[in-house]
Design a protein around this ligand. Structure first.
Ligand code: AHG
Ligand code: MN
Ligand code: MN
Length: 293
């Protein structure tokens, strides 16, 4: 789907700068917040102290921007109205720490940001920008807006340009599929066998979607957290994970699917609704839709 975006360059720049500026504080807070707190998030998952800490910081800093009128997060049941003005303001939906279960094993994780110009829960078609901050050996930020996909180094909370007009490589080489193999549907298992039989493809799955997505954007390929026999709508949340990642991948020339349509066309029904996620090179996702069809 060609991404058509109204541009809100100032508002989006302000939101991206604020997210980048918080990266050092969040990364520094991780060592002391690897413990579970006694909360579960609205998706019924155990919450880490780090999840809650990052969420509080984002609400405080993004919520105080004139450009933000609503804040929602994976860690909060309801949308939080903030003090921005609707006529210029935007709605921000955040996964404060994607892959926080990787904190215990010291593997990649980071923050996903979706920026909608509509009240939440909103359609992917209402996205005007999306980004993720990746805590790897270095801290980077991948952004998508009217100018396409751009990668930055985040140094001391400042975005430093690394690459403009990031595009998925034409020759894909990595795949990462979530869920337990015995729990895959027979159609998805058939598709996985086709990918595994391709000698140019190798398995890369790290347990944090944005780490796996960064591999797909770097090397080309496909990431999926599919519908499972035990979870027919999969695991990942549309507002905070599926939509923003689909926006980034489609903006980089790739394709997204819930199994039959672009994730950006999935009807929003609930703030925390889950959706099967498949994103990557166009031909790989098209082949998936044919097999699942
Ligand atoms: P979160 O930590 O925000 O709940 O996200 C974790 C998600 C996603 O990042 C990752 O792809 C997936 O959960 C991993 O799930 P499994 O542990 O089932 O592999
Ligand atoms: Mn997540
Ligand atoms: Mn999370």
């Amino acid at each position: 789907m060609a991404i058509q975006v109204d541009s809100y360059p100032e508002e989006i720049g302000e939101i991206f700068d604020t997210v980048a500026a918080l990266a050092p504080a969040i990364r520094e807070a991780l060592p002391g917040r690897r413990v579970q707190n006694d909360e579960t998030n609205p998706s019924g998952e155990t919450q880490l102290a780090a999840d809650a800490y990052a969420d509080e910081l984002f609400l405080e800093e993004l919520g105080s921007l004139d450009s933000v009128v609503e804040y929602a997060s994976e860690e909060r049941t309801k949308v939080v109205p903030t003090d921005g003005k609707r006529e210029t303001g935007l709605s921000v939906a955040i996964d404060p720490l994607d892959g926080s279960s990787n904190l215990k094993s010291n593997n990649t994780m980071g923050t996903i940001v979706a920026v909608y110009d509509a009240p939440l829960p909103a359609e992917g078609a209402d996205l005007v920008a999306a980004a993720y901050v990746l805590f790897g050996p270095i801290t980077t930020m991948m952004t998508a807006d009217a100018d396409g996909v751009t990668e930055y180094l985040v140094d001391d909370g400042q975005r430093e340009l690394l690459e403009e007009d990031v595009r998925l490589p034409d020759d894909p080489s990595v795949y990462g599929f979530g869920g337990r193999v015995p729990d895959w549907t027979s159609d998805f298992a058939t598709y996985a066998e086709l990918v595994e039989a391709d000698e140019s493809m190798k398995l890369r799955y790290g347990g944090a979607m944005i780490g796996d997505i960064n591999q797909v954007l770097t090397y080309g390929g496909i990431f999926a957290y599919p519908a499972l026999e035990s979870a027919p709508v999969g695991k990942l949340r549309l507002q905070f994970e599926g939509n923003p990642i689909a926006f980034i991948i489609e903006s980089a020339g790739g394709r997204s699917s819930d199994g039959s349509q672009s994730l950006l066309e999935v009807e929003p029904t609930d703030l925390h609704q889950r959706v099967p996620v498949h994103v990557g090179n166009d031909e790989l996702v098209e082949q998936l839709e044919t097999v699942l069809g």
